[in-house]
Design a protein around this ligand. Structure first.
Ligand SMILES: NC(=O)c1ccc[n+]([C@@H]2O[C@H](COP(=O)([O-])OP(=O)(O)OC[C@H]3O[C@@H](n4cnc5c(N)ncnc54)[C@H](OP(=O)(O)O)[C@@H]3O)[C@@H](O)[C@H]2O)c1
Length: 293
């Protein structure tokens, strides 16, 4: 096991040298301009972090936005920033997406206004570094409701509008943590694996309806201090090289969603790591994650 870990670390170090120039080239890509009747995108969890990065990348491409989160203040701040910077229209809706009726109520709001919905982004989710074995049942249920049920429910309740406005898109946010079981963050990685599996299946189901389904699986994204601390402590220098900011992740996610990509892993190092995680036997990747903690 030690030998394998040493090999993997050496491999990642060697490829990280060319990662930066590659990203810089991608930065230069031209941003396409949307048509006259501006499309809408709904970002569930769009007030901050990766969701805000995604909202910004969409606004840049002239999408009007519907942002959903629990806190009105951060939603209003996001609305004002995006409207001022990109001259798009932003609606904000305050909902706890883990609640049973949220998806039905949101779809009703959109349908009554005949929103020209072209993209649904299921971003909201929670994880944390707590050990599954120490978490109360209520918290675990809440995690499943938010990470899995809300994505499943919004995809279904908004499907008629997405179908009406096809070609359209669904972008689900999983994680690299969904590519292999993580013993300590057991339930978090299980929910993200569920999103990955759900996205693969849904992509096939919706192909004929001209709705393209993509799944974002980022490595560490520095959206809050705990994630920086956790990445430094558990993954060390390698993790810090792999980590990206939410703005960059949002930009890559939207560019690739619009190109109909299925799995989206921003960053060369994270992409290589995800490729390895996906081909190694689960027994081995679980043991590797158990070692990292
Ligand atoms: N950050 C990472 O390193 C990383 C890596 C891989 C995958 N991911 C995944 O990416 C997604 C976003 O992560 P992030 O780090 O950007 O999170 P974040 O910074 O905490 O932002 C989460 C967003 O979702 C909203 N939200 C949270 N709980 C909600 C709820 N119950 N109902 C409605 N909205 C809710 C938040 O607003 P309110 O708090 O106001 O509700 C906020 O807009 C998650 O699914 C996460 O699992 C993150």
């Amino acid at each position: 096991m030690k030998l394998l870990l040493t090999f993997l670390t050496a491999f990642f170090l060697s490829i990280s040298a060319y990662a930066a120039p590659l990203l810089a080239t991608q930065e230069l890509e031209n941003i396409p301009v949307a048509g006259a009747d501006q499309p809408y995108a709904l970002v569930a969890g769009g007030s901050k972090g990766i969701g805000y990065g995604i909202a910004e990348a969409l606004a840049k491409r002239h999408y009007n936005l519907i942002l959903i989160a629990r806190h009105r203040d951060t939603l209003d701040k996001a609305k004002h920033e995006l409207e001022a910077a990109w001259h798009v229209h932003v609606d904000v809706l305050v909902y706890d997406l883990a609640h049973d009726n949220a998806a039905t109520d949101i779809a009703k709001w959109c349908t009554e206004r005949n929103i020209h919905l072209k993209m649904l982004c299921n971003v909201a989710g929670l994880g944390g570094s707590h050990d599954y074995l120490t978490l109360p049942l209520d918290s675990l249920r809440y995690m499943v409701d938010l990470n899995v049920s809300s994505c499943m429910a919004l995809s279904l309740t908004l499907l008629p509008l997405l179908e009406k406005n096809a070609p359209s898109y669904i972008l689900n946010v999983s994680s690299m943590a969904g590519m292999a079981p993580i013993p300590v963050k057991n339930m978090y990685s299980a929910t993200k694996a569920a999103i990955l599996s759900f996205s693969y299946g849904l992509r096939y189901q919706l192909k004929k309806k001209h709705i393209s389904v993509s799944c974002l699986c980022p490595g560490p994204v520095f959206t809050k201090p705990e994630i920086i601390k956790d990445t430094k402590e558990k993954l060390g220098w390698f993790g810090m090289q792999m980590a990206l900011g939410p703005h960059r992740v949002g930009e890559v996610a939207i560019r690739k969603t619009l190109k109909h990509r299925m799995i989206i892993v921003p960053g060369t190092l994270a992409k290589t790591m995800s490729g390895i995680l996906r081909i190694l036997p689960k027994r081995l990747t679980t043991a590797l994650y158990a070692k990292v903690g």
